[in-house]
Design a protein around this ligand. Structure first.
Ligand code: MGD
Ligand code: MGD
Ligand code: MO
Length: 769
């Protein structure tokens, strides 16, 4: 089919799926899943609405109060003044130059955490950093919200990031060799809808089918976390997995079934760890009875599970949610230790892995699909914070914090610049973040949609979505390099982030410092050229660019081997020494004790998560609130579409509660509830779930923050979550440690405002508004 054929279905892609579209007169007429996607996600059908949503930012805007010099007081409440692109860019460039000159490069906060969109050339978070780095740099964010605690902590114990999901033992290996698969947090199909960079080949159903022969155990507060396969369900209290894992370990050792030879050869520090389990260090033996009190699973069940493991091929899997909690480093480390005690690490189909439940294609072969975005270069400002400490930073300039065993100092931020992320979606304790966001002198945001972050900005620049430009998409975990063809012209006055930064760079005196002398298609061709070269070195010939672009994709063959994590290490621990102090898997690290001045022991340990069902606070707030990823959205994206609205009632999301919780509070299915704690409140409708832990409430993330004082008019759970790092070591997001109470709302909830743009005023003739 030729390119000029109007009926030709053009390819584009998103984190939630590649698709083809029929475009008629500049509008998306029809969306079809990518022809090679065996299990496409319904999420792609949100696209036509996302594109033309009334919530699109239509033109460049400046906040009225900022123009009057209100010092940030009106952020999030104010109206906006529509300005032309030239004025908006002049103002943005002027502020960047002023803040750099008066306060230094680190006074600009450009970490800009967020998923942006699929497509690596127009990846907003890469572009903003490239732009800022080209002119002196900015304060950046390190690690991520997804698995930040593990990212900071686990490599120093295991010597590799592979275990956190970058390269897990393959599904084929598990299918062929594993007997028992323990899934902490389950294996939900929901989270497998997405893959960062562009999902092309959804395989959740295939993955579950590969596990169908095994004994599958879903250790999660929610039975629904492992639907679609036969599984035992152990409803665990949230945040107590570490206690359960330690007890499983202790019971195996008590029965004399631990693999001494493996521990001697491949691990360091078993003795102090075992002494802790035996109670030598604190007088408490970590038995099944001990753990039962903490995690709520009967002691006999724990003991039976422990004794069923030795002699079997066991895969210990945990999803990322477990570590988005206070002391979230511990369950991952403890699980690796249990796998070591069972001697399973490095065996086909055995060992451990984090993230099998968390994004599409975990357990896929590592295709290594070559995808290159624009290079960012180094950050000359050399200023970083751990990603989830953003509100602390804004509220406490000059304040000190601990991270990975070191002390850092928060910079004094005067300008916040965000492109491709939504902190008023992703951060915790949003009422506190709102206070923090009032501190800087200027906030600049590029957005496609009126998110709460855009509403809290001073200069809002309308960005195109990935459907309004050309790009390259895909993921190294999936087999297709995707040619994302522009489907429609930019909506309203939207412009590509690339072009916005290019024009700003020009105003700052050097356009090419950002563009590198290339335009959109120049970068796409350059990136594809690199891919062709790299694949040639691997003996694979990719089609030339024109053929690739016309076809819409290039296929990357799977590597031949079936991957086993730590397989090399097991085969030859000297040659494949791990990148840890001992060169082995560390079950004890004495530096950890020194670095935390004794606040953490040197081995995996049960540390009080502070907000959990065993805490004194549970008397006042007796439900543990879990905030999983939304099924019908990617984070806050698609909010406002009819596709998402189908799951809502009165504009509110469902909160899942148990039959017991409903009965005790006189709540019926569909009742509108107020969910609250000392930090804030939000609203949701009651969905009674007979297969949920009695004392758990589940409200997905993703609702737009729409505050009325400390109360969110909608269903954003991050008004309730606690803004604290996982620990002083990892400083990851700890959203899953949160207690709440809820009650039926008898008065109707206040009308939601977030489905409409903020008030926009036109500038008057004399240039004053
Ligand atoms: N309570 C709680 N909170 C959580 C979590 C949790 O489990 N519980 N999970 C956390 C996790 S794991 C994550 S990853 C974060 C996710 O948090 P975010 O990644 O910040 O969430 P998104 O909604 O994906 O934000 C991306 C934004 O980029 C915009 N965008 C898309 N394409 C473009 C573009 O081309 N240009 C520009 N300029 N903008 C674009 C979208 O409109 C959207 O608003 O949330 C975290 N927050
Ligand atoms: N549809 C969709 N898919 C997504 C995303 C999205 O926004 N939408 N976001 C993507 C992103 S950025 C990420 S990082 C991943 C995150 O992937 P995950 O972290 O795996 O996903 P969650 O939905 O946060 O959590 C999964 C389940 O963990 C269980 N859980 C929570 N706390 C505990 C605990 O303490 N113990 C145990 N045993 N179980 C617990 C909950 O019951 C929950 O349903 O998802 C990705 N996939
Ligand atoms: Mo994430």
């Amino acid at each position: 089919m030729s390119k000029s054929d109007p009926k030709r279905l053009r390819l584009s892609a998103s984190h939630w799926g590649a698709f083809r579209a029929e475009v008629v007169d500049g509008a998306l007429r029809r969306i079809e899943p990518f022809e090679h996607d065996p299990e496409p996600s319904g999420l792609i059908h949100a696209w036509p609405e996302m594109l033309t949503s009334p919530l699109r930012v239509a033109a460049p805007l400046v906040r009225a109060g900022w123009l009057k010099g209100d010092g940030g007081a009106g952020r999030g409440e104010d109206e906006f003044v529509q300005v032309g692109w030239d004025e908006a860019l002049d103002r943005a460039a002027g502020e960047l130059a002023r803040v750099r000159r008066d306060h230094g490069d680190a006074a600009i906060f450009g970490g800009s955490y967020g998923w942006s969109s699929a497509g690596r050339i127009h990846h907003a978070r890469t572009l903003i950093r490239r732009f800022l780095y080209a002119f002196g740099g900015s304060t950046d964010q390190v690690m991520n919200y997804s698995y930040g605690a593990a990212q900071a902590f686990i490599p120093r114990m295991l010597g590799t990031k592979a275990a956190i999901g970058s390269h897990l033992t393959s599904a084929e290996s598990i299918a062929a060799h594993c007997d028992i698969f323990l899934a902490f947090g389950g294996l939900p199909d929901r989270t497998w809808a997405v893959q960062s960079g562009g999902a092309s080949t959804h395989v959740h159903g295939r993955f579950l089918a590969q596990l169908s022969r095994l004994r599958l155990v879903n250790i999660s507060p929610s039975k629904a976390d492992l639907d679609g396969a036969e599984a035992e369900w152990l409803p665990i209290r949230p945040n107590t997995d570490t206690a359960l894992i330690l007890a499983l370990t202790r019971e195996v050792i008590r029965a004399g079934k631990h693999d001494r030879a493996f521990l001697d050869r491949y691990t360091a520090g078993f003795e102090p760890f075992a002494a802790y389990l035996a109670g030598d260090s604190d007088g408490i033996e970590k038995t099944a009875d001990w753990a039962a009190e903490i995690c709520g699973i009967p002691a006999e069940t724990i003991r039976a599970l422990a004794l069923s493991l030795p002699g079997k091929r066991v895969m210990l899997a945990a999803n990322w949610a477990l570590q988005r909690a206070r002391h979230g480093e511990q369950p991952f480390w403890a699980l690796a230790a249990l796998a070591a005690v069972l001697g399973q690490i490095g065996l086909p189909g055995g060992g451990f892995g984090f993230g099998y439940g968390s994004t599409n294609g975990q357990g896929n072969p590592r295709f290594g699909t070559p995808l290159h975005g624009l290079p960012m270069g180094p950050n000359p400002a050399k200023s970083v914070i751990p990603v989830a400490r953003v509100a602390d930073m804004l509220l406490d300039p000059g304040g000190q914090y601990r991270f990975m065993g070191e002390t850092g100092t928060y910079p004094d931020i005067r300008l916040v610049y965000w492109a491709g992320g939504n902190p008023f979606h992703h951060h915790q304790d949003l009422n506190r973040l709102r206070e923090a966001f009032r501190r800087p002198e200027t906030v600049i945001v590029h957005e496609c949609h009126w998110t709460a972050t855009a509403r809290h900005a001073d200069i809002v620049l309308p960005a195109t979505t990935s459907l309004e430009r050309n790009d390259l998409g895909g993921s190294s975990r999936e087999p297709y390099l995707l040619a994302m063809e522009q489907l429609v012209p930019p909506q309203g006055e939207a412009r590509n982030d690339f072009d916005i930064f290019a024009d700003l760079a020009e105003r700052l005196g050097d356009r090419d410092a950002f563009t590198g002398g290339r335009d959109e298609m120049g970068w796409i061709r350059q990136s594809y050229g690199r891919a062709v070269q790299e694949m040639a070195a691997r003996g694979v010939t990719l089609p030339d660019f024109e053929r690739f672009w016309a076809q819409g994709y290039a296929e990357i063959p799977a590597p031949p081997e079936t991957y086993v994590m730590f397989g090399d290490y097991r085969a030859d621990p000297e040659r494949h020494r791990l990148n840890t102090p001992s060169g082995r898997i560390e079950l004890f690290q004495k530096d950890l004790v020194a670095e935390t001045e004794g606040r953490q022991p040197g081995h995996p340990a049960w540390l009080d998560p502070e907000e959990w069902l065993g805490a004194p606070l549970a008397k006042r707030y007796p439900l543990h609130l879990l905030t999983p990823q939304p099924a019908r959205k990617l984070h806050g994206q698609m909010e406002g579409s009819a596709y998402v609205a189908e799951g809502k009632r009165d504009g509110l999301e469902p909160v899942r509660i148990s039959e017991k919780a409903a009965r005790e509070r006189g709540i019926a299915e569909g009742d509108i509830l107020r969910i609250f704690n000392d930090r804030g409140a939000c609203h949701a409708w009651a969905q009674i779930d007979p297969a949920l832990h009695d004392d758990v409430a589940m409200l997905a993330t993703g609702s737009a923050y729409d505050p009325d004082g400390r109360e969110d008019r909608g269903s954003n759970p991050n008004v309730l979550t606690r803004d604290i790092g996982s620990s002083e070591m990892g400083q990851g997001c700890a959203a899953q440690s949160c207690l709440v109470e809820l009650a039926r709302l008898d008065a109707p909830p206040r009308p939601i405002r977030s489905h409409k743009p903020p008030r926009i005023v036109q500038r008057q003739e004399n240039g004053q508004e």
